[in-house]
Design a protein around this ligand. Structure first.
Ligand code: NAG
Ligand code: NAG
Ligand code: NAG
Ligand code: NAG
Ligand code: NAG
Ligand code: NAG
Ligand code: NAG
Ligand code: NAG
Ligand code: NAG
Ligand code: NAG
Length: 737
């Protein structure tokens, strides 16, 4: 019965479409015929705009990464994704949000053998072949041109039908040339992570695989995870049949927990294919994302592309809203959703999420940023269990987590003393609250409780030194993983103090009394500080000149906004630690740049450091490697996160305060103008444009009664409106009423 209905429905569509096409230009002497093809079923459609590909208003120079040669190193291939599923173009693996396999410290993203990683070849006389990553529209395009014909392969992870990968191949000719493409799917070896126990065929001929991961992370907590996939087989080659001028052939892959859900999305994909809105709905959704938050620069295409690519990759690993099918967002891994191998941090979650990737998403896409924090808040009980196992109170977030939220780092690893992660999470929650005033999140969605529990952990870990009568935190590892198990890491101590303060705020809001000792600890917290040299030794006994792995102490200035003893102390910290940080991973240099930009007086040096960070960007697809020489993990989303912070918080000078948003713009190197569009503040949306001497501010969406700007140098306050207002460049503060 269902089969008949589908057929009848499709036939009606075909008739309608044929009726529509009668009066078009196609009806000349040699009538053109165009078709869409899925599962060998050919459907006539009007000969215009086969894919429904829509152009939009974003600068092509900044958003289309084009090349005639793929990178020699396949690690540098770009990815497509939508927060639920992701894959590397031409790669042999597909990954799904939250799908992990492996016991205890072997847990990693479960690999699904690819059914969409197509590798094509021109079997007729093509004269050129180009590849494009279209960042604005979220599509990877491969195109062949020949004498009077072309073939274009478009691959995307649908931004609306987010269980679906789509490969669509458009082939078009003017005459009767033979136009043939060879095609194969790079599915690699069979997956060892998933065992399929059923193979079925869908009514529409799609193949269905039903299985489960092979090994639960912690069987006492939860078992293996189900997976249900539907996909279209890809033929060896595709030829335009006789009498046809153009066609678009579709191949779908649907991935979900349940095959029924995958099939639903597959069927929805077919519906949109038939009415030819499949691509346009995807493109529109991406355009909507960009309209809500993006960065543009003028006069420096390379930087413009770096901005778009960094944001594109992060957004490709993020969902646009809470999942409709009770499968929440699991969080951001250092290499995003499209990677999960050993060299790529196994798809696990680290402090990279809160400290590096979250802050820029927070300002540009506040709704999405809430899902990031929610991925931690939801795991509060596991963090409490972890604290319990270790003999502490409250919540201690494990350094590496995958599926369950329990520690998956191997015993003996230094991760076991990187307690600062819990503070990074508490700080992220507080920044989110300051930006949004989302009291519900604090009161009713566990965020306040999370801050309280983290503070309780620190209370149970603190040590009151009887000699000095000061509070200390010993045997910890800060961000600098070259120096493990140290006493009184500046970073750790300062952040622990902030956690206690944030928890007091949360407690007050929640009407809960907080322990008095939380205040005592803040009042008598020992922070290593060398008064003679005027700098912060990274930990007890740190000797100037000792190598460090990455930005550590300097992070207290930014992102953590510690009130420095003096500008001199801050300058010394920057100078002393810059000398010993070696080559540092991607995100190090951006943070030095932000701190110098805020301190002032050395813009050239800040620019140098900022540009040094961009050396990790690898052409042609602006993927990021962990290290500048191309080594380390790829595609290094953590680096992109640090980079975007250096743009927004560094050159934009944005700071999220308890009741205001500050900014203090400077010019990005080599640019004549730069813009932030769709910055979110307390339910309002703001556009900024910065030039050497002028800054423009527009309130594009207002929910507050009044949005004001205070100009520090001019000492005046203005009301912002939907009309762009121009001010001389200076430090400014935005507040709402
Ligand atoms: C993981 O396995 C190690 C031993 O290899 C064990 O010490 C540890 O407790 C296990 N982790 C959990 C959370 O059970
Ligand atoms: C390709 O072009 C060559 C010479 O131009 C011609 O001999 C050959 O038949 C063409 N091949 C195809 C498959 O069209
Ligand atoms: C077109 O060329 C391909 C490759 O040479 C060949 O396999 C195929 O049979 C040809 N098709 C037609 C319709 O001539
Ligand atoms: C095209 O595919 C068909 C069916 O698999 C096969 O018989 C034929 O040899 C292929 N042609 C080329 C040129 O690969
Ligand atoms: C295309 O089909 C979908 C699903 O049936 C429907 O929601 C949408 O309105 C249709 N769009 C057009 C332009 O017909
Ligand atoms: C930046 O913003 C200004 C003012 O709104 C606008 O005129 C300009 O076109 C924008 N530049 C880019 C590259 O979007
Ligand atoms: C320091 O911490 C590590 C792991 O967190 C632990 O194995 C070690 O025993 C601790 N050392 C001391 C002296 O407490
Ligand atoms: C923040 O939210 C609370 C509760 O919703 C409200 O009472 C308060 O006025 C808000 N503050 C601002 C500055 O909007
Ligand atoms: C770290 O602190 C402990 C006391 O908690 C002390 O025994 C140890 O000697 C200290 N280590 C260093 C290197 O200062
Ligand atoms: C303006 O903000 C409101 C509330 O956040 C939102 O519902 C609406 O879609 C926004 N409008 C535009 C044009 O962005």
């Amino acid at each position: 019965m269902t089969v008949d209905i589908i057929h009848i429905r499709n036939m009606i569509v075909v008739f309608l479409l044929m009726a529509l096409s009668v009066n078009t230009e196609c009806a000349k002497e040699t009538p053109k015929r165009c078709q869409i093809v899925h599962q060998n079923k050919y459907t006539d459609v009007p000969c215009v705009n086969l894919g429904g590909y829509r152009y939009a208003e974003l600068p092509e120079a900044a958003t289309v990464l084009q090349t005639s040669e793929l990178p020699k190193d396949p690690r540098l291939m770009p990815e497509i994704g939508n927060g639920h599923i992701a894959t590397v173009i031409q790669g042999d693996s597909m990954f799904m949000n939250g799908l992990y396999n492996g016991y205890n410290c072997t847990s990693h993203r479960a690999r699904i053998a690819s059914t969409c990683g197509v590798i094509t070849e021109c079997l007729t006389n093509c004269s050129s072949r180009i590849y494009k990553l279209d960042l604005a529209r979220g599509i990877f395009i491969e195109r062949y041109d020949g004498d009077g014909f072309y073939m274009e392969i478009r691959t995307y992870a649908h931004r609306v039908l987010n269980r679906l990968f789509v490969v669509e191949i458009e082939m078009s000719r003017q005459g009767n040339q033979n136009v043939t493409m060879g095609i194969k799917v790079n599915s690699g070896k069979p997956s060892t992570d998933i065992k399929y126990n059923t193979q079925l065929k869908h009514l529409n001929n799609g193949k269905i695989l039903v299985g489960r991961t092979t090994e639960p992370e912690y069987p006492s907590i939860v078992g293996t995870i189900p997976v249900g996939i539907i996909y279209d087989d890809v033929p060896d080659n595709i030829t335009i049949p006789n009498g046809i001028s153009a066609m678009t052939v579709y191949f779908f892959t649907g991935i979900s927990l349940q095959s029924s859900e995958s099939i639903t999305y597959y069927d929805k994909g077919m519906e949109l294919m038939v009415n030819r809105t499949l691509l346009s709905t995807h493109v529109d959704a991406w355009m909507d994302v960009w309209n809500k938050g993006r960065i543009d620069v003028e006069g420096n295409d390379d930087l413009a592309r770096t901005n778009y690519a960094s944001l594109y990759y992060l957004l490709s690993s993020l969902p646009l809203q809470r999942d409709q099918h009770n499968w929440p967002f699991w969080g951001l891994a250092p290499c995003g959703l499209a990677h999960g191998d050993i060299g790529d941090y196994l798809g696990r979650k680290f402090w990279d999420q809160e400290t590096w990737m979250f802050p820029s998403i927070l300002l540009l896409h506040v709704d999405i940023s809430k899902l990031i924090i929610d991925s931690r808040v939801r795991k509060l009980t596991l963090a409490q269990a972890n604290a319990g196992f270790r003999g502490y109170k409250g919540a201690l977030y494990p350094w590496e987590t995958a599926f369950t939220g329990l520690e998956v780092d191997c015993p003996g690893s230094m991760g076991f003393s990187e307690f600062h992660l819990s503070s990074d999470i508490s700080f992220a929650i507080r920044q989110f609250f300051y930006l949004t005033n989302d009291t519900d999140f604090i009161l009713h969605e566990m965020a306040g409780e999370t801050m309280l529990q983290i503070a309780e952990f620190w209370e149970s870990y603190v040590y009151l030194n009887p000699t000095t009568n000061m509070y200390e935190f010993n045997n910890v590892t800060g961000p600098d993983e070259y120096n493990v198990g140290v006493n009184n890491s500046v970073y750790t101590n300062i952040l622990a103090g902030m956690c206690l303060q944030s928890a007091q705020m949360a407690g007050k809001m929640m009407g809960k009394e907080t322990p008095k000792v939380w205040q005592d600890i803040q009042d008598r917290l020992y922070i290593p500080y060398d008064k003679d040299t005027v700098y912060h030794p990274e930990f007890d006994g740190y000797k100037i000149g000792t190598s460090i792995k990455q930005a550590d102490v300097i992070l207290i200035g930014f992102p953590f906004m510690y009130k420095y003893e003096s500008d001199e102390a801050r300058r010394n910290d920057l100078n002393i630690y810059e000398k010993v940080v070696g080559n540092g991973p991607a995100m190090t240099w951006g943070m030095y740049a932000v701190n110098w930009l805020e301190l002032g007086g050395n813009k050239n040096h800040a620019d140098e450091l900022f540009l040094r960070g961009t050396k990790n960007v690898q052409k042609p697809f602006y993927t990021w490697t962990e290290n500048a020489d191309g080594s380390g993990a790829v595609n290094f989303h953590t680096g992109m996160g640090g980079y975007l912070q250096s743009v927004i918080y560094g050159y934009g000078g944005f700071r999220i305060n308890e009741n205001s948003l500050n900014f203090n713009p400077q010019m990005l190197p080599g640019t004549s103008r730069w813009n932030i569009t769709g910055l979110d503040y307390r339910g309002n949306s703001l556009d900024f444009s910065f030039q050497e001497n002028e800054m423009f501010v527009t309130l594009t969406n207002r929910t507050s009664t009044v949005v004001k700007i205070y100009l520090y140098k001019d000492e005046t306050t203005k009301i912002l409106s939907s009309t762009s207002q121009t001010f001389p460049v200076q430090k400014a503060e935005i507040t709402v009423e």
